[in-house]
Write a protein that binds this ligand. Structure first.
Ligand SMILES: [Zn+2]
Length: 213
């Protein structure tokens, strides 16, 4: 199913006719709509003005998408592995994967990139699966430290590799858009497991591959 994530105009035609069955869209309970209206009012606006009438419904559905990771087990993406790797026993690295998440303290966006590496122990996965694992955890309310740790641990638990390295660099909307309003400041977190934790040479090597000497 293809869903339109565009913040404006995607469903104007239908939304003004509330009796039309909204095909393919999840129903939004009244108490959820009321909660968003309360927040709009609290923010200082009038939830009854025309431009905001359908906002509660859109916001509710958008949050279901932002948090769609709660409905999946990211580890399932790692259940199909390949043993035939032609003797390859070096680092597998997926670099600078873009992602979006939301911080659990302010519900503000976290946008950044992740580099995920592992040193296979006979079994490898399709490379896109690493990005799917990342997204499964990112599409939940997060703190960056936990996101980093969860991605690494998931790969460790399912692939049992000789090492896992995850480095995430992100900007936090709660820092850039409020409070100290610090633009252009990136937070970097990393989680090393196995040889990347125990062996400084392996760690230096993987960090250098990630472009982080
Ligand atoms: Zn925050």
């Amino acid at each position: 199913m293809v869903r339109n994530l565009c913040p404006v105009g995607d469903d104007h035609e239908h939304d003004h006719d509330h009796d039309v069955l909204e095909e393919g869209k999840i129903p939004v309970p009244d108490h959820v709509l009321a909660a968003v209206r309360t927040l709009l009012e609290w923010s200082g606006d009038d939830p009854q003005r025309e431009g905001l009438l359908d906002t509660p419904k859109r916001v509710a559905r958008a949050w279901k998408e932002y948090c769609s990771g709660y409905e999946m087990d990211p580890g399932l993406h790692l259940s199909r592995t390949f043993e035939e790797v032609g003797g390859y026993d070096e680092v597998v690295l997926l670099k600078n994967i873009p992602f979006q998440s939301h911080c659990e303290h302010h519900l503000a966006p976290i946008t950044g990139t992740a580099s995920i590496a592992y040193l296979p122990n006979e079994r490898v996965v399709g490379i896109s699966k690493l990005a799917r694992v990342l997204n499964g955890f990112a599409q939940r309310l997060q703190v960056q430290e936990r996101l980093t740790a969860e991605v690494a641990q998931c790969i460790q638990d399912h692939l049992h590799p000789r090492g896992v390295a995850v480095v995430i660099e992100a900007q936090h909307g709660c820092m850039t858009g409020r409070g100290v309003r610090t633009h252009g400041v990136n937070m970097v977190t990393s989680r090393m497991l196995g040889v990347f934790l125990d062996d400084p040479r392996s760690r230096r090597e993987v960090l250098s591959l990630m472009g982080r000497p």
